[in-house]
Design a protein around this ligand. Structure first.
Ligand SMILES: [Fe+2]
Length: 168
C-alpha cells in the first residue's frame, strides 16, 4: 500500500484487487533486484538458484497478468513498501565486504525474507480467490505459492549444506 492516500475496501473484491496490485509491484521490483543478488553471490549453486528464481519470477508476473484478466482489469502496480524495504536490505548485503561465504549466507538471509513475504502475500491472495469463487485465479496463485515455497526450501538447503558450514 502506498504511503500517500488511503484505500477503500467495500468488499473482498476490492481487497483482492489491492493485494494483486501490491504483489504485482513487488514482483516487478524483484525482477530488477535478483540479477544483482546473483552477481554478488560466489557459490555457483547459489548463483544458479538466483538465476532460476529470476526466470520463475518473470513467469509469475505473467501469471498475475492472467489473474488480472480474470477480473477484466489491466495490471497495475501499487507500491509495495515492504518489498522496497526487503530489497533495500538485500542491497546492503550486496554492498557488504568481507568473506565470500559469510556474504553468500547474508544474501541467502535477505532472499529468504523475500520468499517468506511472498509466501504470505500469495497465501492470502490464493485464499481470497477461493473465497470469491475465482478458480482460475486461485490456480494461478497456487502455482506461484508453491514455487515460492520451493525457492525458499532450495535456499535453505544451500545454506545448510554449504554456505553456513564453510563460513563457520
Ligand atoms: Fe515471486
Amino acid at each position: 500500500m502506498g504511503l500517500l492516500g488511503s484505500e477503500t475496501f467495500n468488499s473482498l473484491d476490492d481487497l483482492f484487487l489491492h493485494e494483486l496490485e501490491d504483489i504485482y509491484d513487488a514482483e516487478n521490483r524483484l525482477v530488477k533486484a535478483l540479477p544483482k543478488m546473483r552477481d554478488a553471490a560466489t557459490e555457483p549453486r547459489l548463483r544458479e538458484a538466483f538465476d532460476e528464481h529470476l526466470r520463475e519470477t518473470e513467469h509469475q508476473i505473467e501469471r498475475l497478468d492472467i489473474v488480472f484478466k480474470t477480473l477484466d482489469k489491466k495490471p497495475e502496480r501499487d507500491t509495495c513498501e515492504a518489498m522496497k524495504g526487503l530489497i533495500s536490505e538485500g542491497q546492503d548485503m550486496i554492498d557488504a565486504k568481507g568473506d565470500d561465504h559469510a556474504k553468500d549466507a547474508a544474501l541467502i538471509a535477505a532472499a529468504q525474507r523475500v520468499e517468506h513475504y511472498e509466501m504470505a502475500a500469495y497465501g492470502t491472495a490464493h485464499n481470497l480467490a477461493l473465497r470469491l469463487g475465482n478458480q482460475e485465479a486461485a490456480n494461478q496463485l497456487k502455482a506461484t505459492l508453491d514455487e515460492e515455497k520451493s525457492a525458499d526450501a532450495k535456499l535453505n538447503e544451500i545454506a545448510e549444506s554449504y554456505v553456513n558450514t564453510a563460513a563457520a
